[in-house]
Design a protein around this ligand. Structure first.
Ligand code: DUT
Ligand code: MG
Length: 144
């Protein structure tokens, strides 16, 4: 699919790193590095402005390498970019490690996955259909 984009950053557009990757890695666009102390969060700019087609959303997801090696995640994982959003795409990083982490300009900080979504209209009713699960949840089926 095609997504209209304005790139005000000094970096290339987000790219798939392999042929069948689901996510495109997106880069930080910074004038100076951002230091994240343990448990600190920051809204990191990308310099990208998008127009996602109606009926689709973009999910901003963590990169597992950054998560595993440095404890870097997204506070709102997965972030949701709406089709009608025209502001700058930003990434809400959090440092879940016990070490300081420095985000560098141009660093691939997250990945973007585009997905279809439904738009729901509610149908209020008095009774819902019976199922074997019923109201069971939160581990009701056991562990093994
Ligand atoms: O990681 C994110 C999450 C959101 N957004 C932008 C795009 C999205 O369309 C908009 C609103 O996001 P969301 O609905 O998650 O935030 P909200 O707290 O509900 O704000 P709003 O009241 O503006 O919807 O912010 C980002 O740039 N990055
Ligand atoms: Mg919202």
């Amino acid at each position: 699919m095609l997504i209209s984009v304005i790139n005000t950053s000094k970096h290339p557009l987000p790219e798939y790193q392999t042929a069948h990757a689901a996510g495109m890695d997106v880069r930080a666009n910074l004038t100076e590095p951002v230091t994240l102390k343990p448990l600190q969060r920051a809204l990191v700019p990308t310099g990208l402005f998008l127009e996602i087609p109606v009926g689709y959303e973009m999910q901003v997801r963590p990169r597992s390498g950054l998560a595993y090696k440095h404890g870097i995640g997204l506070v709102n994982s997965p972030g949701t970019i709406d089709a009608d959003y025209r502001g700058e795409l930003k990434v809400l990083l959090v440092n879940l490690s016990d070490q300081e982490f420095v985000v560098q300009d141009g660093e691939r900080i997250a990945q973007l996955v585009v997905a279809r979504h439904e738009t729901v209209a509610w149908q209020p009713v008095e009774v819902l259909s019976d199922t074997a699960r019923g109201a069971g949840g939160y581990g009701s089926t056991g562990v093994q």
